[in-house]
Design a protein around this ligand. Structure first.
Ligand code: SAH
Length: 201
């Protein structure tokens, strides 16, 4: 079923072989509530605890492809959720930090990820808007909830040359890629419309 999902993602335009291989490896069904396990390899978002969602595999693949993670880079994810996207990131890079503000999800992912052999550097319970100043700068920052605006602290924590992928908007979100080209300059690109649960204050 996982191989079939990977083929579907290829047809939808995902070309990054590292991303496809990660999606072909991570057991998505082990990051979902038991009632939904049988749907795990459909290309759909599903409910998880605390009224949140596990992102659609296409969205996970699309964001990961835009992010271009390489081994050795410091990576920050905002919105651990189920931990599924975090697991994908740990296969792409070896220095992954992730922040989750719902305690129930934080507790779950913090246990589930190492149990399955996906070792993030740290899963943090807290408010993603502030980033992780004690670990910054980050080469890559991925936001997996819809942000009404790009948080300043996250821009400040992006390394020069670094990339941030963040869905920006209220009802629907524009997938936005931000590249920090110098201490003061950022380039923005829009990559289509998506729908995420809101980034909470
Ligand atoms: N990548 C996750 C996506 C979960 S949905 C997955 O595929 O399972 C978005 C997640 O962001 C939710 O778990 C939500 O609780 C979390 N979130 C929302 N606002 C946040 C914030 N300000 N800081 C950290 N996490 C946040």
């Amino acid at each position: 079923m996982r191989r079939h999902l990977v083929e579907q993602l290829r047809k939808k335009g995902i070309t990054d072989e590292n991303v496809l291989s990660a999606i072909g490896t991570v057991p998505r069904h082990l990051f979902m509530d038991s009632g939904f396990e049988s749907h795990a390899y459909q290309d759909k978002a599903f409910p998880i605890a605390a009224e949140q969602t596990i992102s659609q595999p296409y969205t996970v693949a699309f964001q990961s492809q835009l992010l271009q993670v390489k081994q050795g880079q410091n990576v920050l994810e905002i919105g651990t959720g189920s931990g599924y996207q975090t697991a994908v990131l740990t296969l792409l890079g070896d220095h992954v930090y992730s922040i989750e503000r719902q305690h129930q999800l934080y507790r779950y992912s913090m246990r589930q990820l190492p149990k399955l052999g996906y070792n993030a550097k740290k899963i943090v319970f807290g408010a993603g808007y502030k980033g992780l100043p004690e670990v910054a700068p980050f080469d890559r920052i991925l936001v997996t909830a819809g942000a009404s605006e790009v948080p300043k602290a996250l821009l400040n924590q992006l390394a020069i040359g670094g990339r941030m992928v963040i869905p920006v908007g209220i009802e629907t979100q524009e997938m936005t890629l931000i590249v920090r080209t110098s201490a003061k300059e950022f380039e923005k690109q829009k990559h289509g419309s998506f729908r995420f649960v809101p980034m909470l204050s």
